[in-house]
Design a protein around this ligand. Structure first.
Ligand SMILES: [Zn+2]
Length: 112
């Protein structure tokens, strides 16, 4: 159980529900109603119930994934507009801002 809790922090929970055809009813314990499934963000959305293979669909997509391509990182412009700041390491303990708000450079200590 402890391991399960640790996983919760890094894996988002997705909500799935049955994709029912007209008049169809599920008796399956997993997909007769909505259920939650923890998956890595890179995992494909499930389309079939692992128990009964009935069709299911993902109901909620975490908002943080919206607009960002699956394997692409958002563009600098997009990140900047969203209020992010990026620093690139230029040397030992020295970081220079590539975009965003904040000081144009950071001198870290402890590493110099
Ligand atoms: Zn099922």
């Amino acid at each position: 159980m402890a391991a399960w809790r640790a996983m919760e922090r890094v894996m988002p929970t997705y909500v799935y529900g049955p994709r029912l055809k007209d008049g169809e009813k599920r008796t399956c314990q997993s997909c007769s109603g909505t259920f939650e499934m923890m998956q890595r963000m890179s995992d494909e959305a499930m389309t079939h119930c692992p128990q009964c293979s009935g069709e299911i669909e993902r109901i909620i997509t975490p908002p943080m994934l919206n607009g960002a391509g699956k394997y692409k990182t958002p563009s600098a412009d997009r990140l900047s507009k969203a209020g992010f700041t990026e620093y690139r390491r230029k040397g030992k303990g020295y970081y220079e801002k590539s975009f965003g708000k904040g000081p144009t450079s950071i001198h870290g200590d402890g590493e110099a």
